[in-house]
Design a protein around this ligand. Sequence first.
Ligand SMILES: NC(=O)C1=CN([C@@H]2O[C@H](COP(=O)(O)OP(=O)(O)OC[C@H]3O[C@@H](n4cnc5c(N)ncnc54)[C@H](O)[C@@H]3O)[C@@H](O)[C@H]2O)C=CC1
Ligand SMILES: CC(=O)C(=O)O
Ligand SMILES: [Mg+2]
Length: 361
Amino acid sequence: MIVGIPKEIKNNESRVGMTPAGVFELTKRNHSVFVQSTAGEGSGFFDKDYQEVGATVLETIEEVYSKSEMIVKVKEPIASEYPLIKENQIVFTYFHFASSEPLTLAMIKSKAICIAYETVEDNDGTLPLLTPMSEVAGRMAIQQGAKYLEKPIKGRGILLGGVPGVKPGKVLILGAGVVGVQAAKMAAGLGAHVTIMDINMKRLRYVNDVLPNHVTTAFSSEYSIRQLIKTHDLIVGGVLVKGGKAPKLITKDMLKEMRPGTVIVDVAVDQGGCFETTKATTHEDPTYIIDDVVHYCVANMPGAVPYTSTMALTNVTLPFVLNLANKGWEKACEEDQNLSKGLSIVKGDVVYKEINEAFNL
Ligand SMILES: NC(=O)C1=CN([C@@H]2O[C@H](COP(=O)(O)OP(=O)(O)OC[C@H]3O[C@@H](n4cnc5c(N)ncnc54)[C@H](O)[C@@H]3O)[C@@H](O)[C@H]2O)C=CC1
Ligand SMILES: CC(=O)C(=O)O
Ligand SMILES: [Mg+2]
C-alpha cells in the first residue's frame, strides 16, 4: 500500500503520524511511504531519518495526499485539508466528529474511509489509541491549571501544593477515566487536595484503591457538582461518552458560584466540552475569561509536548497501521472487531451511531 504522512497544520501541533521506526516496519514489508518535508521536525525526526528507512520525502501536502492510498496523521483534518482527501482514501487519525459538523459533512462528501483513533477499542471496551494522549493531557491539565492559577495571569493566586503552615489548593476532577486518574495523580503529587467524581462506581473504587488518601472520591451528580465548585480552585473536565458529545456538567449559571480566579480546564473539549461555556482554544491563545473564571480549552494539549506524545501515540497506532496496510481496510476491519469500531464514515455513510445522533443525520 502507499502510505502518506502529511505535516500537521493545526495551531502549534508538532506531533507527526509516524516515527522513522514505524516507517521502517512498513518499508520492510514492501509498502511505499511518502512523508511531507519537515513533518517530523517538531518531534525530533528529520527528513534524512525518514529517507534512511526508505521513505520518499515530498515537498507539499498536496503531493502527499494525491499520491497516497492511506493517510496516517494525528489531528482531525482542518478545512484546508478537506479538498485534498480523495474518494476511497483511508484516513487514519483522531477525528472527534461529534464536536464538528463541518468536518463530518466534509468527510461524508469526500467518500473517504475515515477510521478514528479515538473509538478503536480493546476487548475490555477501553480505548487503546486514545489512552496515551489522555495520559499526556491528564498530566498536563494540572501543569497548565497550576500556571493559570497564578495572579498575574488572572488566576486566584494559589500555589496548589501550599507551604508548611498554609493549606494547599483544591482540585476537582470530573471523570475518573484515563485523563481523570492521571490528573489526580499529578495534583496529589504536588500536595493539592483532590476530589475526583464519576458516575461509574468501579472507577471510583479503583481510584480509592490506587491513589493516596488526600484524593477523595465523590459520586457525580448535578447537586454534588454545584456544592463542590464553590470551594475548589482548579476544575478539570475529563468525562467521555465514547464517540459522542460530552455531557455539559458545568452550566453557565454555575460560574457565578465559583470564586473569582477559579481555573477550569476542559480536556473534553475535543468532544465538544463538558462545560457549557467551553469553546476550543489553541496553544497560542489558550485561555479566556467568563464571569471571572479562567477557561483553558486547548483541543490538542499533547501537541505541545511532541517529543513525548509522538512516541506515545505511534507506539500504539503502529500495529493497526501495519494491519491496514497489509490487508486493506475491509479485510483488516472484518478480522479485527476492535479496529472496526474506529470506522466512522465510510464512502459517504456515517457508520458510528453517536455521530449520527450528534447531528440528527
Ligand atoms: N484536549 C486534549 O488535548 C485531549 C482530550 N482528550 C479527551 O479527554 C476526554 C476523556 O478521555 P479519557 O479519560 O481517555 O476517557 P475515559 O473513557 O477513560 O474516561 C471518561 C470517564 O468519564 C466518565 N463519565 C461519563 N459521563 C460522566 C458524567 N456524567 N459524570 C461524571 N463522569 C462521567 C466515565 O464513566 C469515564 O470514567 C475525551 O473526550 C478525550 O477525547 C484526550 C486527550 C487529549
Ligand atoms: C486525543 C486528542 O485529541 C489529541 O491528542 O489531541
Ligand atoms: Mg484533542
